[in-house]
Design a protein around this ligand. Structure first.
Ligand SMILES: Nc1ncnc2c1ncn2[C@@H]1O[C@H](COP(=O)(O)OP(=O)(O)OP(=O)(O)O)[C@@H](O)[C@H]1O
Ligand SMILES: [Mg+2]
Length: 466
């Protein structure tokens, strides 16, 4: 596709990352509004002037733009803190690339993302956690673990076996890697293991590795000591806060590879060094990790370093998706009915036959979380004894058909086919699918299709399906 003229310029003006481009001599050629807002400058003060004129406190070394212009090596994800002219303390993550054409340096481009607020929020969270763990008198408040093995509902053979292995893992301090699709209960399992382990009375600290930019994640994990350039304060990291307990690193495959190397070192050497510190501190932390793709696939795709994979995968627990645990369905349904009946003051006894049937054939891509939400949603709107199809989210009740020989579900007129013929074919495919889904129960299929039972019977005869 050809971009219309000026598209790129409009785009650069609209994005909320700062973009600063200098030529090979260090004179600014482009400086967008986001960069100006970030630094509290006016573009006219910057464009056409040399970097060192605009930022007198910098020199050839400390200016990343000039540094990259001389080394021709990109500098990626570099955290920087500064006070802009209104006295506001700003933290950014910058990436700087040389623009080289035919072996000649044409200029340098730097993009900056403002992470001031994310950083403040993360640090406040660390401070609050530190304060909670510091109050030995308030044991109930200190207990951040919410789930235990009793909360893990399931009777399917695969699930019972998983629970048995998890209970055994609770007795040791070995690293545990939990994998499973979204909503299968990974966090619940990890918390249960911690709670049942000898570390159960010590802190449980969780961090999602996909939630923060690399530099911030590093300082949150390992802690910092006061330093003007990074704007850091003396602050313990999550490793120190979790001392004696468990650190749960969720979505570990989203952790940038360079940080994975540092994590591996901590796991092997069992001490940490706060960023900017020369001193090392011993830590006794059990590491549990989770991810929602196959870990070996994550290794193959370069998301997870192989050496780290072997280190964190001492005990591997795989939670099967809900669709592969049909025996868990009735138990979970009852569990969530009880929970939301209690919460909402309702008296729903169960599911209609059509809903039961649907629950067993539906693929549950969001697993237990999706089931829980479906039941909670239905209980909010029902005034009947059982949950009906009409009270479920629309996407759950959808009947999909695939036309033989056509790759996607979009309906297209085949050459030589009329509109009437195509509609009849689609109707037939949908009715067949609904009949399959309801195991030839006409009432259930009619409910799935949203038509009266008599209409379905009539259509079945008309389409020669009955
Ligand atoms: N076996 C179970 N018994 C009872 N509740 C469960 C079970 N499994 C999951 N849940 C419920 O499903 C919801 C999702 O669980 P959890 O947050 O542990 O999933 P997850 O695997 O960590 O998902 P994600 O990958 O999206 O983070 C929670 O509300 C939890 O209580
Ligand atoms: Mg989770």
């Amino acid at each position: 596709m050809q971009f219309p003229e000026h598209t790129l310029e409009v785009l650069l003006r609209l994005v909320d990352v700062g973009v600063h481009v200098v030529d090979a001599n260090g004179v600014t050629r482009y400086y967008n509004d986001a960069a100006a807002k970030l630094e509290g400058l006016d573009p006219s003060q910057v464009i056409g002037r040399h970097i060192l004129d605009v930022y007198p406190s910098l020199d050839g070394q400390s200016s990343t733009l000039l540094q990259v212009a001389s080394t021709l090596q990109p500098v990626l994800n570099h955290q920087q803190a500064f006070t802009h002219y209104k006295g506001k303390r700003i933290t950014t993550v910058n990436s700087t690339w040389p623009i080289v054409v035919d072996g000649q340096l044409q200029g340098v481009v730097e993009v900056s993302k403002d992470i001031t607020e994310v950083r403040q929020l993360s640090e406040r969270l660390v401070d609050l956690q530190a304060r909670i763990f510091d109050q030995p008198s308030k044991k109930s408040e200190r207990q951040t673990t919410r789930y235990t093995f009793d909360d893990l509902i399931g009777q399917d053979r695969s699930f019972v076996e998983l629970k048995r292995m998890a209970l055994r893992a609770a007795a040791s301090s070995s690293s545990v890697l939990v994998c499973g699709e979204t909503g299968t209960g990974k966090e619940l399992l990890v918390q249960s293991i911690h709670h049942a382990s000898p570390r159960g009375s010590k802190p449980f600290v969780a961090q999602n590795c996909a939630a923060l930019p690399e530099t911030l994640l590093e300082s949150i994990l390992f802690g910092t000591i006061r330093g003007s350039f990074t704007g850091a304060e003396n602050r313990p990291g999550l490793f120190e806060l979790a001392d004696g307990g468990t650190l749960f690193l969720d979505e570990i495959n989203a952790m940038p590879p360079s940080l994975q190397v540092k994590l591996l070192r901590v796991l092997q050497e069992r001490y940490i060094r706060r960023i900017g510190d020369s001193r090392v501190r011993p830590v006794d932390v059990r590491i549990m990790t989770a991810m929602n793709i196959d870990p070996w696939q994550a290794v193959q795709q370069g998301q997870l370093r192989e050496d780290l994979y072997f280190r964190i995968n001492v005990v591997q627990l795989e939670i099967p998706p809900l669709r592969q645990r049909p025996d868990d369905l009735p138990l979970l349904v009852q569990h969530f009915l009880d929970k939301y009946n209690r919460q909402l003051g309702k008296h729903v006894m169960g599911l209609s036959d059509a809903v039961k049937q649907l629950f067993y054939t539906y693929s549950w891509p969001g697993n237990v979380r999706e089931l829980e939400h479906a039941i909670e949603g239905a209980l909010n709107i029902t005034d009947q004894d059982v949950i009906e199809l009409s009270q479920l989210p629309a996407h759950l009740v959808r009947v999909e058909c695939y036309r033989p020989g056509v790759d996607n579900a979009a309906v297209t007129l085949q050459p030589g086919q009329t509109l009437r013929e195509t509609l009849a074919e689609v109707e037939m495919l949908l009715i067949e699918q609904a009949m399959r889904q309801s195991e030839n129960n006409i009432s259930q299929a009619a409910a799935l299709l949203g038509i009266p039972r008599q209409t379905l019977q009539y259509r079945l005869r008309a389409l020669h399906l009955a």
